[in-house]
Design a protein around this ligand. Structure first.
Ligand code: ZN
Length: 336
């Protein structure tokens, strides 16, 4: 055994003690020790294994938690490169994932928190010193209760698609919210659900349960049909126009060039989507309501207006009169 190796292996008890102090306030079932060594060490892989196993055994027996190589709740990186006698310790806490479904009952709330890009969240005149562009979001309405309960550092919100900021979400949209660096992992999700619903009049949730990173990927790739209800302004339309729209848009593939309103943040390309059906109902001489079921990712406002010919066909094109969405609600997200 080299001198260096002897020093490192003789110091594991002390290192384990420091680790225990650092992690004992966290809620966790499993952990893993990772080791970083100075380059000068001979046969580093063997020594890493030995150190990790020695330290892991002490921590495990003192705290009664198991070592997990595939999905540990906490990974402790023990870094000997700067100081071989007193290695630095770094914690990697696995995020906590919670699945649920939400409704959004108020307009002008984005799905996720929009940080102010000018000040990067610090607060400046541009964002009225909020550090963000909107007072709240679906993410924040749900996340604040979870952050309180877990002591987490922040959230990431993964929705099964998203509605426009000014649209209501009246059906239930699936989501997974990720809590970063949670201290508490064991939650009474029924209670949390109740608390979110009590604390917010803008957002409601149901079916909360534990989720995983894998489910986030599934959710992002899933294609859900959606049913929308829109209020359309169309001066001088006739009853015949409404029947025309209903007859025309039946399992019809439409072609949508990236809308002008999102062109600044999305690539300009053509999207093909199927509109399953449309039903229309008169409101007054200049307005009608349309219920539209369409494939996930259909630009609904543009399906109605035509976006100056960028979406084809459109309500405007079919009846030869300009149509415009005044209000948009999502009635249902259809899980296939
Ligand atoms: Zn700002």
């Amino acid at each position: 055994m080299s001198g260096m190796e002897e020093v490192l292996l003789g110091n594991t008890e002390n290192t384990a003690k420091r680790i225990i102090e650092l992690i004992q306030n966290y809620d966790f079932d499993s952990f893993l020790i990772g080791i970083r060594l100075p380059e000068s060490v001979e046969d580093p892989e063997r020594l890493k294994k030995k150190l990790a196993s020695d330290i892991g055994r002490i921590v495990s027996s003192k705290l009664g938690r198991r070592v997990d190589f595939s999905k540990p709740d906490i990974t402790i990186i023990v870094d000997y490169r700067r100081n071989a006698l007193k290695p630095s310790l770094e914690l990697d806490i696995r995020s906590l994932y919670v699945y649920g479904e939400y409704q959004k009952l108020e307009r002008d709330i984005p799905q996720t928190k929009w940080m102010c890009m000018k000040c990067k969240g610090k607060g400046c005149p541009h964002c009225h010193f909020m550090g963000k562009l909107y007072p709240t979001s679906v993410e924040e309405e749900i996340g604040k209760v979870l952050l309180d309960a877990t002591g987490g550092k922040g959230t990431k919100f993964h929705g099964a698609g998203r509605e426009d900021r000014d649209a209501l979400m009246l059906g239930w949209r699936p989501f997974v919210i990720e809590i970063i660096r949670p201290i508490v992992r064991k939650l009474d999700l029924e209670e949390i659900e109740e608390e979110i619903n009590k604390s917010s009049d803008k957002v409601k949730v149901r079916n909360l349960r534990y989720s995983s990173k894998d489910e986030v990927v599934e959710l992002k790739n899933a294609k859900y049909d959606k049913t929308y209800e829109v209020l359309v302004e169309c001066p001088g339309y006739s009853g015949e126009d409404l029947r025309k729209i209903e007859d025309y848009f039946k399992d019809l593939e439409i072609s949508q060039r990236t809308p002008t309103r999102v062109a600044h943040r999305r690539a300009d390309k053509i999207r093909k989507r199927v509109v399953r059906y449309v039903t229309c109902e008169k409101v007054d001489d200049n307005h009608f309501k349309a219920r539209i079921r369409a494939e996930s990712g259909t630009y609904i406002k543009e399906l109605v207006s035509g976006d100056e010919g960028r979406t084809k066909p459109s309500f405007s094109e079919i009846i030869g009169k300009p149509c415009k969405v005044i209000e948009l609600n999502v009635l249902e997200v259809h899980k296939v």
